[in-house]
Design a binder for this molecule. Structure first.
Ligand code: ARG
Ligand code: ZN
Ligand code: CA
Length: 242
């Protein structure tokens, strides 16, 4: 399946302010970042430390913008209760979610959340990812340190079944063998090498898209993550083949 998967994307924009009504250029910049990051075409791919070079991978999934749906709202804040995905709750229903990646771009989310995703196997009515407008794409309203489009790279990773690299627990598992154990989430831009205190004190892969580091400091997936993501496209793996 490598290289042959093309995912149509519908971007649903819910805006209260002009800035939240993200431009076509900002939307296309996000599609471009996804295509770069999922195909090892990101300019910082060469920054992956030698230790992790043997496992760094091009996922081989491509994204194409199919359409944009825009709707104004008076809501100042959204939560992770999926209201943005439901017209009855002031949101926008997804477009053909069984064959399209729906992305909702929203104003602010409560609790400082900048994005969230639904894992494979959930209800199709809520399938897709949600991104705050100022963490979306790499131009326009995108604001540092989440201004390189990596929030969507991370969320689409979840949408394709990836767990956080620290397994959401102290030295937890992400069910991927070639990613090291991490004590916990990393933030900001850790200096390299950053050692874990988990068994074997491995060097943590803080530059993996599934950590919590700043956009400028995450730039790789591994071969094991690629295998896990591509499995979701196989019959029975949770998602329809695109
Ligand atoms: N906190 C969000 C999540 O758990 C996304 C974090 C993305 N990080 C970034 N540097 N853009 O899904
Ligand atoms: Zn996450
Ligand atoms: Ca692992």
């Amino acid at each position: 399946a490598d290289g042959s998967i093309l995912i149509p994307v519908v971007v649903n924009v819910l805006y209260r302010t002009t800035a939240q009504n993200v431009s076509a250029a900002q939307i296309q910049s996000q599609i471009d970042v996804l295509n770069a990051d999922y195909n090892a075409l990101n300019s910082d791919y060469s920054s992956v430390p030698a230790l992790f070079s043997p496992v760094k991978a091009s996922v081989g999934v491509h994204f194409v913008l199919k359409s944009v749906v825009r709707q104004s709202t008076t809501k100042t804040s959204w939560s992770t209760n999926d209201a943005m995905k439901k017209s009855a709750q002031g949101g926008i229903n997804p477009t053909t979610p069984d064959s399209v990646l729906n992305i909702w771009v929203v104003g602010a989310m409560s609790g400082g959340v900048i994005g969230y995703a639904q894992f494979p196997g959930g209800a199709s009515a809520t399938d897709g990812v949600v991104i705050a407008y100022n963490c979306f794409g790499n131009t326009g309203a995108a604001a540092s340190p989440f201004n390189l489009g990596r929030t969507a790279t991370h969320e689409v990773g979840h949408w394709l079944n990836l767990r956080h690299i620290w397994g959401d627990a102290t030295c937890g598992t992400d069910y991927v063998d070639d990613t090291p154990f991490h004590n916990a989430a990393n933030y900001g831009c850790p200096s390299y090498p950053h050692y874990s205190t988990c068994s074997g004190t491995p060097v943590e892969q803080t530059m993996n898209y599934m950590d919590y580091t700043d956009d400028a400091c995450m730039y790789m997936f591994t071969a094991g993550q690629k295998t896990r993501m591509l499995a979701t496209f196989v019959s029975g793996g949770g998602r329809t083949l695109f």
